[in-house]
Design a protein around this ligand. Structure first.
Ligand code: HEM
Length: 449
């Protein structure tokens, strides 16, 4: 069934990604053509498939979720720092953690963080002075970082924010060195390579801070502990077994939420501001909407009457999905839309290419928030739009991220006029999340100042 599969060589693929970065997924998609599935052969190791058609993506992530989990090698590298954290685990372990954590991310629960998010952002942007020239990505990172630390640990860790950032940097550096070298990936963590030492050093530092916070909360008990994700996660009981998470599991999940929860949202905001400054008619419409707030900071209650800001975010997530590719590995042979795949096949889901599919999105390279009007997302073909993935493993922080981004975007636009002094460019290579290639400077002037 279907058209023959196109085979691409590793060298060719590497060249495309080296030269074009995530945007190269469109070139890969074009070369693969009508079949929508490309194969890359890595002799004697594994078979790698590239998926970019909505129906294949949907089938893999929704129907075959139990049979195609996270990639084992990556899970192994992650295990020493993230424990069996939800982001990388599979099977029964993942199911248990997801069930425990899901209630913590329910809409009503997440809504309670809205006011804190706005207050933190207000404090941060209060430091912006007329005609300041600032680094757009850095500013967005600084705000979303403070928000994630506050929602995870309340004020308890604010004194340690630099230490946490350093620890995460070390973990991240070691992790990406392993992701880029098969040799390092296969080494145990005690192997005396500088990258692994750096990763261990970071993990130790992070664990030390967390152990202290966890011990303090255990002493205080649930009723007296601050209301934040740490307290929620610590005291949540499995509805069947009544068990709570162990300290080790908690540490892994807190690190996971920290990592998964701020860089992605910062990228979304930074790219949104890039598009807003590039498309004046979009900026104009947004300003009219923001005026509805009458100068008051946005609240979660306001969000429903600020639909255009949400459409801008949806369109940014389409054109610059922070998670621009996803990976899976088959635990058994699979048949997807009539094609057979062997056991242990590796799948690359090209989210970026999927979101630029002209059969689904007319003029896919044009930034047009209006395409999301009238709940258009609900009428798209299944699997066509997956910035937060789909199926059982859909981003657990989806609602949290959208709420945060909408609050921050409207707050910033209400208070500042932003002029970008550089063109934002997509990074080359294979960044884990879709950031900027080079710093983008923004000049800010307060509105009504
Ligand atoms: C714009 C912001 C965000 C984007 C685009 C995003 C995107 C994604 C995507 C695509 C996945 C699935 C990855 C895969 O299955 O391979 C994912 C998973 C996840 N995300 Fe997000 N995310 C965002 C924000 C957040 C936030 C704010 C949090 C937490 C506070 C969070 C926590 C998680 C977790 C824990 C998972 C793993 C879920 C599981 O495997 O069951 N994310 N995210």
């Amino acid at each position: 069934m279907g058209t023959a599969m196109t085979t691409l060589s590793l060298r060719h693929l590497q060249r495309i990604l080296r030269e074009q970065g995530p945007a190269g997924s469109i070139s890969i998609s074009a070369e693969i053509g009508a079949s929508g599935v490309g194969e890359m052969r890595v002799p004697f190791i594994m078979r790698v498939f590239y998926l970019m058609k909505p129906e294949d993506i949907h089938a893999l992530l929704v129907q075959h979720n139990d049979e195609a989990g996270k990639v084992e090698l990556i899970a192994r590298i992650a295990r020493t720092t993230f424990g069996n954290g939800i982001l990388f685990s599979n099977g029964a372990m993942w199911k248990r953690q997801r069930k425990l954590m899901q209630p913590v991310f329910h809409h009503a629960h997440v809504k309670a963080y809205g006011e804190r998010m706005v207050n933190i952002a207000k404090q941060h942007i209060a430091q912006w002075k007329p005609n300041n020239v600032l680094d757009l990505a850095n500013e967005m990172h600084a705000i979303t970082l403070r928000i994630v630390v506050d929602t995870l640990f309340s004020g308890d860790a604010t004194g340690e924010i630099d230490e946490i950032r350093e620890a995460i940097h070390d973990i991240g550096a070691g992790f990406s060195a392993q992701a880029q070298s098969v040799f390092l990936a296969l080494m145990p963590d005690w192997f005396p390579a500088p990258a692994l030492r750096q990763k261990n050093r970071g993990a130790k530092k992070f664990n030390r801070i967390l152990e202290r916070l966890i011990a303090e909360r255990r002493k205080l008990g649930e009723a007296n502990s601050p209301q934040d994700l740490l307290t929620s996660l610590m005291f949540t009981k499995d509805s069947d077994t009544g068990e709570t998470m162990s300290n080790e599991q908690l540490r892994g999940e807190l690190l996971t939420l920290y990592v998964a929860g701020h860089e992605t949202t910062a990228n979304l905001l930074a790219w949104s501001l890039h598009f807003i400054s590039k498309y004046p008619e979009v900026a104009q419409k947004l300003l009219v909407e923001v005026d509805l707030l009458e100068g008051k900071p946005p609240t979660t209650e306001d969000l429903a009457r600020l639909p255009y800001s949400k459409m801008i975010l949806q369109e940014t997530l389409r054109m610059r999905p922070p998670v621009w590719f996803m990976q899976r590995q088959s635990a058994v042979p699979l048949t997807i839309n009539g094609r057979s795949y062997p056991k242990n096949a590796m799948f690359f889901i090209l989210v970026y290419a999927n979101h630029h599919n002209p059969a689904v999105f007319t003029e896919p390279n044009i930034f047009r928030p209006e395409r999301w009007a009238n709940d258009a997302e609900k009428n798209l073909p299944k699997g066509a739009y997956t910035p937060f993935s789909t199926g059982a493993r859909i981003c657990i922080g989806n609602g949290f991220a959208m709420m945060e981004a909408q609050l921050l975007l409207t707050l910033i636009m209400q208070r500042f006029q932003i002029t970008l002094l550089d063109e934002a460019q997509i990074p080359k290579g294979t960044p884990i999340t879709l950031s900027f290639a080079k710093p983008v400077r923004m000049q800010i002037s307060p509105i009504n100042a």
